[in-house]
Design a protein around this ligand. Structure first.
Ligand code: DC
Length: 220
């Protein structure tokens, strides 16, 4: 079975997806990490994102593998290079390009084929796995989301203020939700959960409850 968890940055979906996958004994796919790796690859080669033939030619030489807890770009573990604010904006920019979305959606479907897996991102329940057995969309109030992200970045030594995080988040949300292809939105049949006042354990409990109530069987 495929479980999808979509939502904006800071909604708690990565932690929730990881924890739910562990609890169910499912695999876990972080599709945001794949967009981040592509952004890194195109940025390193200084590809002009408006030059679509150049983007397509570059994609033909890019291989992205999202493994549990790490992402590998053409054989290089780039997990430690993709979590900074610059790559976050870059990922959101490359994510509007249809060729990039097609490229990564194909890879995501290939990874998920025949597996029990929790896939998290922005379009997993709407565009990539419309027939998923159970779909969630997590959300939270924007200031809470920015505070969560700010604490993560501060803990990793990133010199950035809460105001800057909030401003970047507003930009990224707007771009992710307004693009033509597979914009971020809840699927019509998604269970929407507001995590503003929930702890990670509280979110996990809600997800588990919904999975067992609405989408049995929950265990492999
Ligand atoms: O989840 P994240 O913050 O790591 O995602 C980084 C960017 O990648 C996000 O701003 C939009 C894009 N993305 C996407 O368009 N579709 C997905 N399924 C996952 C991420």
């Amino acid at each position: 079975m495929i479980v999808t968890i979509d939502g904006p940055a800071g909604s708690g979906k990565s932690t929730a997806a990881r924890d739910l996958a562990a609890r169910l004994g499912y695999d876990y796919l972080d599709t945001g990490a794949m967009y981040r790796a592509v952004a890194l690859a195109l940025g390193r080669r200084q590809i002009d994102l408006t030059d679509l033939p150049a983007v397509e030619a570059a994609l033909a030489t890019v291989q992205v593998e999202a493994l549990p807890g790490r992402v590998v770009l053409n054989g290089e573990d780039v997990s430690g290079l993709i979590r900074n604010p610059e790559v976050s904006q870059g990922a959101s920019r490359v994510a509007v390009i249809p060729a990039v979305r097609r490229f990564l959606a194909t890879e995501q479907r290939r990874v998920a084929a025949g597996r029990h897996i929790v896939c998290e991102g922005r379009d997993q329940g709407t565009a990539v796995f419309p027939d998923a057995g159970c779909k969630f969309f997590l959300t939270a109030d924007p200031v809470t989301r920015a505070e969560r992200r700010y604490h993560e970045l501060a803990a990793s030594g990133e010199p950035i203020s809460l105001e800057e995080v909030l401003q970047a988040q507003v930009e990224r949300d707007a771009r992710d939700a307004s693009r033509d292809l597979a914009p971020m939105r809840p699927a019509d049949d998604a269970i929407v959960i507001d995590t503003t006042h929930l702890t990670p354990d509280g979110v996990l409990a809600r997800l588990e409850e919904e999975v067992s109530r609405r989408c049995p069987p929950a265990r492999t």
